[in-house]
Each structure stands twice: as structure tokens, then as C-alpha cells.
Design a protein around this ligand. Structure first.
Ligand code: SAH
Length: 235
């Protein structure tokens, strides 16, 4: 399989169509804005971001990338959707952040930039590709020995399917219909295995839960749907 085979044109088109609304905190990507403080804190607590060289894989319009830059990290972001990348560049320029945004796959980028980053983040991307294995392997190549890799994705089990698709897309309308395909969800156990094969050791698994009554997200030791996972690369 080549790098380009791992891109689903339909998925990229979906994100292209959201470019103009990426930074609308009450728009189609509201949920990404809502979860951002939690995921930023998770990363920063486990590997302080200040002055670190960080690569955000599948950065989209830069919600996470820019928040990490605000913490003092030296951030680069890659994505395959040009519209969201432009939204990311415009937003960073407006806020005075120097973030290098480039159109690339993780696989292609990893060939030229192996071991270059202290931290690699890849959030809400794995559930949108056919072959998560090659992206996980690319993230492992990109991080330096001893560095940290963080993923966030959706676990594949019946409860997750019900909550993430029926609940979030249809009942609560937290995210746009058609955002997710159940078969692409990645079980935490599978991700640990894939990452292990790529030379990464799991340090922590934390679940991100949503309370529909308070309309708030919170992190916990248990959960079934969204998770954050932290790995380190051995020396
Ligand atoms: N990580 C960001 C955006 C998540 S949305 C955040 O959490 O805030 C998923 C992003 O992944 C989209 O911007 C989409 O264009 C990108 N994407 C999907 N498939 C990709 C691939 N194969 N390579 C790089 N980016 C991809």
C-alpha cells in the first residue's frame, strides 16, 4: 500500500467542506472546541509542552495545534485537506503564532523527518482512514527516541457505535451526520498492539466521557467511546 492509498477522498472532502466554519466555536466542529481544553491538559500534564518540538498529524484547522503553540511549544501541523490548512494558517497569523502548516500524509512526512519531534499528536484522525497501522508506524518514526506520542480516537464496540453515531450524530446532534463510520473505529487494545509493533510503549489510557445533562465532557478511568492514549518511544 502506498501513502496515497491511505487517504479516503470522501473523508477529505467532508473536512474541506467544513473549512470556513472550523473556528466557529458554536458551528459544526463545536465538539472539537469543547474537548480541546481537556485534551490539551492531558498532553501537557503528561509531557509539558513548553519549548517542545511538536508535530500535529491530521491537524485540520489547527484547534489543537494552536493551543499547543500557546503553551510555548514549537508546533508543526500536517493534514491532507487544503481548506482547513488555510484556515489554520489564517487563524495563526491573526493570533501571531508561528506554526508550520504543510499538506502531507503522516507516512510521506515521516520519510524526511524521522526522529525530529519530541511529541507527536494524532487526534481524531485514525477513525477516518482505511489503514491506521501505517499512520501509527509513521507517528512512531517521526518522534525521537524517548519522545511521546498521543492518539485520540473512538473505541470499536456496540456501545461506542450507539453513542458516537446514533447518540452524537442523530439524537444529541453534537456532530454532523455522516461524520463517523463504525468499522473504522479502533479498539484501544488494537491500538496498543499496533503501537507496540511500531516500537511504542503504552503509558496511559484515559476515557473522555460526555454528560448530556450538564453538556460537559470529562476524563475518567472508565468509558466506552472516546479515549486518549499516551505512548513513549524506547531509546
Ligand atoms: N486533529 C484535529 C482535526 C480532526 S478532524 C483536531 O482534533 O482538532 C480529522 C482531520 O484529519 C481532518 O482535518 C482531515 O482532513 C484529516 N485527515 C483525514 N485523513 C487524513 C490522512 N490520511 N492524512 C492526513 N490527514 C487526514
Amino acid at each position: 500500500m502506498t501513502d496515497w492509498d491511505n487517504i479516503d477522498a470522501g473523508e477529505i472532502a467532508k473536512f474541506e467542506s467544513m473549512a470556513a466554519y472550523w473556528w466557529d466555536t458554536n458551528g459544526v466542529l463545536k465538539s472539537l472546541h469543547d474537548i480541546n481544553p481537556l485534551r490539551l491538559k492531558y498532553i501537557d500534564d503528561r509531557s509539558p509542552l513548553y519549548a517542545k518540538r511538536v508535530l500535529d498529524v491530521g491537524c485540520g484547522g489547527g484547534i489543537l495545534a494552536e493551543a499547543m503553540a500557546r503553551k510555548g511549544a514549537r508546533v508543526k501541523g500536517i493534514d491532507m485537506a487544503e481548506g482547513p490548512l488555510q484556515a489554520a494558517r489564517d487563524h495563526a497569523a491573526w493570533g501571531g503564532f508561528e506554526i508550520g502548516y504543510r499538506q502531507s500524509t503522516a507516512e510521506a512526512f515521516s520519510r524526511k523527518h524521522a526522529n525530529e519531534f519530541d511529541i507527536v499528536t494524532c487526534f481524531e484522525l485514525l477513525e477516518h482512514v482505511e489503514n491506521p497501522t501505517s499512520i501509527v508506524a509513521a507517528c512512531a518514526r517521526l518522534v525521537r527516541p524517548g519522545g511521546d506520542v498521543f492518539f485520540a480516537t473512538l473505541d470499536r464496540n456496540l456501545i461506542a457505535g450507539l453513542f458516537a453515531i446514533i447518540g452524537a450524530e442523530y439524537v444529541l446532534r453534537l456532530i454532523a451526520r455522516g461524520t463517523h463510520q463504525y468499522r473504522r473505529f479502533v479498539k484501544a487494545t488494537e491500538l496498543k498492539h499496533l503501537a507496540g509493533e511500531a516500537g511504542l510503549t503504552c503509558r496511559n489510557l484515559t476515557w473522555m466521557n460526555y454528560n448530556p445533562f450538564t453538556k460537559r465532557y470529562f476524563l475518567g478511568k472508565t468509558g466506552r467511546v472516546n479515549y486518549l492514549i499516551h505512548f513513549t518511544k524506547s531509546f
